[in-house]
Design a protein around this ligand. Structure first.
Ligand SMILES: [Zn+2]
Ligand SMILES: [Zn+2]
Length: 132
């Protein structure tokens, strides 16, 4: 049973052949821009379990510093994955088709949330970075 997903315009698609982990929502100002929303919704992938199945040539990679980068669709702008170096580190949960099999496990950087952000659910909330 694999997880599939893709961008808004359909140019790019991916498959993940292992359960996602460490799903979280970060409410910092940077993540609001990256995800065009109230927070990130992101989960880590097991190394080597991720594969692009369509449209990898449509990806644009945006370096964000410290070896981290984001990859988005150059046609429709959906942010699809986070990269650590050249390796896919995690996926944006909004691009997963159907149930990703995980729920948000924590809200982080809630002290930086937007004034219009209403955080729901009962997952733990941390003012900044989560405890190690
Ligand atoms: Zn697209
Ligand atoms: Zn953030």
């Amino acid at each position: 049973m694999s997880i599939t997903g893709g961008c808004f315009c359909g140019a790019i698609a991916y498959e993940i052949r292992a359960p996602l982990r460490a799903a979280r929502a970060c409410h910092c100002s940077r993540c609001r821009k990256v995800f065009s929303g109230a927070s990130s919704a992101y989960a880590e992938v097991v190394p080597d379990a991720f594969a692009w199945t369509r449209g990898e040539d449509c990806l644009t990679v945006h370096a964000v510093g410290d070896g981290w980068a984001l990859a988005f669709c150059s046609r429709c702008g959906s942010t699809l994955v986070g990269l650590a170096g050249d390796a896919v580190h995690g996926v944006t949960l909004g691009t997963v088709d159907g149930d990703p099999g995980v729920e948000i496990q924590m809200h982080i950087f809630v002290d930086s949330r937007a004034p219009w952000d209403h955080i729901g659910g009962d997952a733990p909330r941390y003012p900044g970075r989560p405890p190690p």
